[in-house]
Each structure stands twice: as structure tokens, then as C-alpha cells.
Write a protein that binds this ligand. Structure first.
Ligand code: NDP
Ligand code: MG
Length: 385
């Protein structure tokens, strides 16, 4: 394999650091030449010492850049990620920023890179039609990193031009899977962050517990695989061993399996079409004994249904769902609201922000602004806790 240069956008996060584990393992295959973060300056400095990128960026400008890192070309400020990416001229960009904050990077990566490796699902939830149209127009591959979408993408390699009947997205059920409805409302940050199978960043772990994550992933799958909501099914599968499945017209179902370790899907996207040998823990079927499946419980976890409803409503509705969720999750993680307020805040934003058509990225940001305004108003309106 020839060395490819890769920009790791969101290098200090859960996905970013695991991608860098792969770079460390395959120094002849990858050169991480652009590393970016938001405010974790010390963590980024450590990564820069280890990987010596040509370019780096921090949204929040630190007091000073350590002496030994001054030969790196640094960028600071709100648009620093994109400016660093453009300056780096990297062949690939791994978009691993959390939230709609990653949309701009995905958008520009499609202009300046040869391939975009997409972990940031919120970019497709909010700007999906525009991003997919741009990927099609530029002919650039948009390789999924989210484990379910990577699994579907892998299963689709066996498609041979045949139509797909249905996509089946598996779902661990999150930390509160077995909790009673009344207990879920008052789950603490500690309860929610104890994810049973995956080790991830804070926001997505909360999203898993509310199951909005699976809703965001239905929207992501809709865009990536051009599949209507009606043909995307969610299956609760607590062991997280089957990462997702594709059903064909003859009833055959193809699944991709593996231990729950994000280095699998990250490495698959980085190496595509080559599979990088990685010493992942192998599946031991005899030790597993059984795999369990269940239908999602929409009564205890209403966020999944709201996301599907937003997808069907179209236009700005998914942007509003996402924006309200980002505000609510932030407030929950700061312990300003109980967990049960998250679905209430999303519901209210969907009900009160009118659906508008989305025809440009600025339309996306305008809908996001309205959603946040609505959600923040609710946070201020009530004396929480
Ligand atoms: P983390 O919170 O662990 O990391 C987020 C990264 O984004 C950090 O490097 C952070 O920098 C950076 N960042 C945050 N806000 C901004 C901003 N405004 N501008 C620029 N950079 C910013 O998130 P994860 O790694 O868990 O998730 C990243 C994305 O991947 C999410 O969209 C998530 O849904 C998706 N994903 C994650 C999975 C996982 O296993 N973690 C699995 C599947 C999908 P800093 O550290 O300085 O704040
Ligand atoms: Mg996922």
C-alpha cells in the first residue's frame, strides 16, 4: 500500500484517537498530516508530538504553542478546522467532529480531499441531501465509519447490482435498555454514560441511552444508501456483535459481525478497499452461546420514533430534531435537566418550529438556529431539577 495522507478532524475524541491507533500501527500506510480539535490543547499537543503533522488547528486559541511544536503550521478560531484541512492538502479526511459543528468540515472535505471518511453522523442528519448531492457531483467516495453503516456498506459489496429490500440497523439498546419508564426519566449522567458494549464520546453515549442515536442513524442510512424510512428497520441486539444487516428480494439476509470495537469500521474506511490486518479480539461463538434480538420499545424510548417522524416530514425537520437534541444533551451533561427532559425538549421543538425547505447550507444553519433558540427557551422557561 502506498502511504496516504490523512487529516483527522476531531483528533482528540474517541474516534480520532482510535484512528490514530491505526496510523500508529501502519506508519507505512498512513501519514496523519493534519490534526484538529476544539479546546483540548494539551491533548492535541501530545498527539502532535507523537505524529508530527504538517498542520494542526484548535478552535479555541491556547495561550501559547509549546516551543517544540512551533514548526507545525497552526490555525485557530471558528473556521480553523477547514483552513487547516485546505492547507494540509491531505488525500483523505476523517470527519470525527461531534455534532453539527462537523458539517462545515465534511462540506469542504468534499472539495479538497480525494475521499471523505465519515464518522460525524450529524452532518448527514442535518445536511444529508446537500452533502450526498455534492458527493455525487464531485464523484468523491463518502466512506461510512459509523459501525452500522460500515456493516451495511460491507454487506452491499456482495450486492452484484441486485435491489435491496430492507436495511436492518442493529442497536445495543444503550445503558437504560432494561430500565422502567419512570426510572429512565431520572437517570443520572453516571447511569447514562455506562454504555454496556461501546466506549464512545459523551454526546453519542447519551444519544444511545435515549435511542435518538438510532434515529439519527436511520436518517444517516437513508442518505448514504438512498433508502426510504419504511425500508429501514431497527432491531435491538444487546450483544452488539451483528453490526447491521441487509435483506435482499429473495429473503437472504447478509450480516457483518465482529467484536464491538470501533477500530474495525474506522480501519475498514481508512484502508478501503483493503482490509488492514488488525489484532482485534476474535469472535468466540461458543463463548457467546446466543445472540438476542428484540423490537425497539417506542414507549420508553420515544426519541427513535421522533427521528423517523422528522425524516418522513423532510425539509428542516431533521435539522430541528438534531439541534434541539444537541442543546438538551448539553444541558443534561451539565446536570441542568433530568434525562427525561431530552425527549420533551425535542418534541416541543418539532411541534413549534415550522418545517421549511432546505436548499442550501445556510438554510441548514438557519433551521439549526431556530431549533436551538426554541430548546434554549424551554430550558430557561422552567426551573429545572
Ligand atoms: P468526542 O466527543 O469523543 O470527540 C469529538 C471531537 O470533536 C474532539 O476532537 C473535539 O475536540 C472535536 N470538537 C468538538 N466540538 C468541536 C467544534 N465545535 N469544532 C471543531 N472540533 C470540535 O466524539 P466521538 O469521537 O465519540 O464522536 C465523533 C463523531 O463520530 C460524532 O458525530 C459521533 O456521533 C460519531 N460516532 C462516534 C462513535 C464512537 O464510537 N465514538 C461511533 C459512531 C459514530 P476537543 O477534544 O478539543 O473538544
Ligand atoms: Mg453507530
Amino acid at each position: 500500500m502506498k502511504t496516504r495522507t490523512i487529516a483527522i478532524l476531531g483528533a482528540t475524541g474517541s474516534i480520532g484517537t482510535q484512528a490514530l491507533d491505526i496510523v500508529r500501527r501502519y506508519p507505512e500506510a498512513f501519514k496523519a498530516d493534519c490534526l484538529t480539535a476544539c479546546g483540548s490543547a494539551e491533548k492535541l499537543f501530545e498527539l502532535c508530538r507523537a505524529f508530527r503533522p504538517g498542520v494542526a488547528a484548535l478552535v479555541k486559541e491556547p495561550e501559547e504553542i509549546p516551543e517544540d511544536l512551533r514548526s507545525i503550521q497552526w490555525f485557530f478560531g471558528p473556521d480553523s478546522t477547514v483552513r487547516a484541512l485546505v492547507a494540509s492538502k491531505c488525500q483523505d479526511a476523517l470527519c470525527a467532529i461531534v455534532g453539527i459543528a462537523g458539517l462545515d468540515a465534511v462540506w469542504h472535505a468534499l472539495d479538497v480531499c480525494e475521499r471523505v471518511l465519515l464518522a460525524n453522523k450529524e452532518a448527514l442528519v442535518t445536511g444529508g441531501d446537500l452533502v450526498m448531492a455534492k458527493a455525487a457531483a464531485t464523484g468523491k467516495p463518502l466512506l461510512p465509519v459509523d459501525s452500522e453503516h460500515s456493516a451495511i456498506f460491507q454487506c452491499l459489496q456482495a450486492r452484484q447490482g441486485n435491489p435491496v429490500k430492507k436495511l436492518l440497523l442493529t442497536c445495543s439498546g444503550g445503558a437504560l435498555r432494561n430500565w422502567k419508564k419512570e426510572d429512565i426519566y431520572h437517570a443520572t449522567v453516571r447511569d447514562v454514560l455506562a454504555h454496556p458494549t461501546w466506549n464512545m464520546g459523551g454526546k453519542i453515549t447519551v444519544d444511545c441511552a435515549s435511542m435518538v442515536n438510532k434515529g439519527l442513524e436511520v436518517i444517516e442510512a437513508h442518505h448514504l444508501f438512498d433508502m426510504p424510512a419504511e425500508r429501514i428497520e431497527v432491531v435491538v441486539h444487546p450483544q452488539s456483535v451483528i453490526h447491521s444487516m441487509v435483506e435482499f428480494e429473495d429473503g437472504a439476509v447478509l450480516a457483518q459481525l465482529g467484536m464491538p470495537d470501533m477500530r474495525g469500521p474506522i480501519g475498514y474506511a481508512m484502508g478501503f478497499p483493503h482490509r488492514l490486518p488488525y489484532e482485534a479480539k476474535p469472535l468466540d461463538f461458543a463463548a457467546l452461546g446466543h445472540l438476542d434480538f428484540a423490537a425497539p420499545d417506542h414507549d420508553r424510548f420515544p426519541c427513535l420514533g421522533m427521528a423517523i417522524e422528522a425524516l418522513k416530514a423532510g425539509g428542516s425537520a431533521p435539522v430541528v430534531l438534531n439541534g434541539a437534541n444537541e442543546v438538551a444533551v448539553g444541558a443534561f451533561l451539565r446536570e441542568q435537566i433530568p434525562f427525561g427532559r431530552i425527549p420533551e425538549i425535542i418534541r416541543s421543538a418539532l411541534d413549534s418550529v415550522p418545517v421549511r425547505a432546505i436548499s442550501s447550507i445556510s438554510d441548514v444553519y438557519e433551521a439549526d438556529r431556530r431549533a436551538r433558540e426554541c430548546a434554549e427557551k424551554q430550558l430557561g422557561m422552567r426551573n429545572e431539577k
